[in-house]
Design a protein around this ligand. Structure first.
Ligand code: NAP
Length: 469
């Protein structure tokens, strides 16, 4: 009876996971998606807990309390820190899979070696390799994104790097093949911990050559690895829900990685092996280029004369939490009959969909958010491109400068607009650490200051102007 209830609960949970992913497709259903995901997970935990094999309930209660203690503060991080928070979740997921695989192996090898069939042993090997490399890889990624001091932010490359990485993986897989053939041979006492050690090192080496603009792709590939290790864990534990949920996680992470690779013009195979770091050459420090600045009054006048204004938001809008002021500016312009669009770059901000989330929070009509590929055709017709705390995603160097880490990444063609206003606080570069020639071109005018303050002043100016009419 319990068995049937559990299997039924697993089917319902699987369906909820599938719907949860499906509902993520649109901001309108995203909230429902989160509830479906939470309900599925709750159901999965309860259904697993009520199984007769579970004897030590105290441990489970303890684990749930520990989960709450860590999880609740993690849920309170600001939106700008979500990528590193997500990386931490992948790290915990990978570690859990690795530990379960390790525990199962030692339990079976000492008590019932006949359980270690080639299939199960193969699943354990896949689980520990993927689990442990996801653990250290995700910790490194989280550390890089959080700008932890002792982790180098820039890509670290050295000779024969790709060969070393692939070599390590080949040795780990080779030891795994040996274990599949002879799980309980005396040498396995060395082979098993060696695979763990190699996977932990591989995770670190996978991430250190990656930096700057490529971090988001890496986070989603680690997401995929964590999912795949859960699939392997499902085969080890003979748990069908783990297999399906892990497969959903693994495949959606993989699809997201492929989409992001395309968006950034990166080779997917290189991403898979962590071999796509580029050494960033130091910027030639030629003569100092000059910025032109514009006053709030002047910018407001130009905006009022425009017929098409394109807002290009970036990470700085998130830092300043300027989205509500941006909405007010949008209102001021649209009520004058000016057409206003938002150009959304796939990696603007610090996580996929970052700009969409912020703009949805400010109730900007979704129909006015235009993807990069669609807006670029209109950029030459655009009277004012308003860059709001964006930098790398509008940097023309990505088109031709092979020495920059963003080379090859498609950008929003802000430089083709008739006039560009760029809001940022200082002359500092963006995430990739490189100068942006857009700011020095003839038609670009800087509005230096915090995005929330500058956009707020523009709104004040425009509402004052409309009052005078
Ligand atoms: P960006 O290149 O990081 O530039 C952001 C700009 O915002 C900076 O130049 C900064 O200049 C300005 N800024 C910061 N705080 C501000 C404030 N309070 N008010 C006004 N301006 C402010 O951002 P981006 O153009 O959005 O490009 C995203 C970058 O992050 C890409 O390189 C992308 O690959 C990378 N990345 C993306 C993701 C993702 O999934 N989306 C994840 C990780 C990394 P000042 O300091 O002078 O103000």
């Amino acid at each position: 009876m319990t068995h049937s209830i559990v299997q039924f609960a697993y089917i319902v949970a699987t369906a909820l996971f599938v719907f949860s992913l499906y509902w993520m497709n649109s901001p309108k259903t995203a909230r429902r998606s989160v509830f479906a995901g939470v309900a599925a997970m709750l159901l999965a935990i309860i259904a697993t807990w009520i199984q007769p094999e579970v004897l030590h309930h105290g441990w489970i209660v303890l684990a749930i309390i520990a989960g709450f203690v860590v999880g609740v503060p993690l849920s309170r991080v600001p939106l700008t820190a979500v990528p590193q928070r997500t990386a931490l979740s992948h790290a915990f997921g990978g570690l859990a899979a690795g530990l379960v695989g390790t525990a199962k192996y030692y339990l079976w090898v000492s008590e019932s070696p006949e359980m270690l069939t080639p299939f199960r042993m193969g699943a354990i090997v896949a689980e520990i390799i993927l689990g442990y490399l996801t653990f250290t890889g995700s910790l490194m990624a989280a550390g890089k994104l959080q700008e932890v001091k002792w982790i180098p932010q820039r890509p670290v490359t050295y000779p024969l790097q790709n060969l070393t990485n692939i070599g390590l993986l080949v040795v780990a897989v080779g030891l795994g093949v040996f274990l599949v053939m002879q799980p309980a041979a005396p040498f396995s006492a060395i082979a098993f911990p060696a695979i763990i050690g190699l996977s932990l090192i591989f995770g670190v080496l996978l991430i250190i050559p990656i930096g700057g603009a490529d971090m988001p792709t890496v986070i989603s590939i680690l997401n995929s690895y964590a999912g795949l290790s859960a699939v392997a864990m499902g085969f080890v534990l003979d748990n069908k829900l783990l297999i399906t949920a892990g497969a959903l996680d693994g495949s959606s992470g993989l699809i997201l990685s492929i989409i992001m690779c395309k968006a950034m013009n990166r080779s997917f195979t290189n991403v898979l092996f962590g071999a796509f770091g580029k050494v960033q050459t130091a910027q030639a420090s030629g003569e100092e280029k000059r910025y032109k600045e514009e006053t709030i009054d002047g910018a407001a006048q130009v905006l009022e004369q425009a017929s098409l204004v394109v807002f290009i938001p970036g990470y700085g809008m998130a830092v300043a939490q300027a989205q509500h002021r941006v909405r007010e500016l949008y209102d001021q312009l649209t009520k004058r009959g000016i057409s206003v669009k938002f150009a959304i770059h796939p990696v603007a901000g610090r996580m996929p969909g970052h700009m969409n989330v912020l703009l949805a929070e400010a109730d900007i009509p979704y129909s006015d958010l235009v993807e990069m590929d669609d807006i670029n055709a209109d950029m030459p017709l655009c009277d004012v491109a308003m860059v709001i705390g964006a930098n790398d995603v509008v940097n023309p160097a990505a088109r031709y400068d092979k020495s920059t880490p963003i080379y090859g990444m498609p950008i929003i063609d802000a430089d083709k607009a008739k006039t560009v206003f760029a809001i940022k606080r200082s002359k500092n570069p963006g995430f990739a650490g490189i100068d942006n020639e857009l700011y020095f071109q003839d038609r670009t005018f800087m509005l230096f200051g915090d995005a929330k303050a500058v956009v707020g002043e523009l709104v004040k100016q425009l509402s004052g102007n409309s009052g005078m009419h």
